[in-house]
Design a protein around this ligand. Structure first.
Ligand SMILES: [Mg+2]
Length: 181
């Protein structure tokens, strides 16, 4: 009988919930892919949107990323419903500039592919291109205090993944050429 109380984590369920909730909150993988494209196109002119989306999917397959997405979206939704305790309710509802925990949660995503993600994260956070502009619209009646940073962080992490992989490819190609001399 005690077996009934054993908690079992269902990884597929977590992955599916992450994807579903991003969609329900109005964010597609293609939109995140477009942010990646913006961050990386100057460095890799041959980069395609499909490749960017593949890298976004890879970032989204990580459990620590899924955890951050689910936690952030949950807090945004509780704030939308007015269910958080004061003073946190007002801080999150008004995206209080000195709150900062939204950025800290998002940094757990940026860290997944190394420190070069930090620069990209800071860049998209300042510029707020594409889907980030929509998430930051304070007149929409929706609250995305956490999600905007999370989306920026996913794009930054996917960009880091691309940069690391492309560098490795270049080195392999150079070695192949060197080896043929
Ligand atoms: Mg925020």
């Amino acid at each position: 009988m005690s077996q009934l109380n054993v908690y079992r984590l269902n990884s597929k369920e977590v992955a599916k919930a992450t994807e579903d909730w991003l969609t329900k909150r109005g964010v597609t993988k293609e939109q995140i892919g477009q942010l990646v494209m913006l961050l990386q196109k100057d460095y890799f002119p041959e980069l395609t949107l499909a490749e960017c989306v593949l890298n976004v999917e890879s970032v989204l397959s990580k459990r620590e990323v899924q955890n951050a997405v689910l936690t952030g979206i949950q807090l945004d939704m509780l704030a939308e419903e007015g269910k958080l305790l004061p003073p946190l309710q007002n801080m999150i509802a008004h995206d209080e500039g000195l709150y900062g925990c939204d950025e800290v949660l998002a940094l757990s995503i940026v860290n997944v592919y190394g420190s070069i993600g930090f620069t990209n994260f800071g860049y998209v956070d300042k510029l707020k291109p594409g889907v980030l502009r929509k998430l930051n619209d304070k007149n929409s009646g929706e609250i995305h205090t956490f999600l905007d940073d999370i989306v920026g962080a996913i794009a930054a992490a996917a960009s880091s993944r691309i940069a690391h992989r492309k560098q490795a490819e270049r080195e392999e190609a150079a070695e192949a050429v060197g080896g043929g001399e």
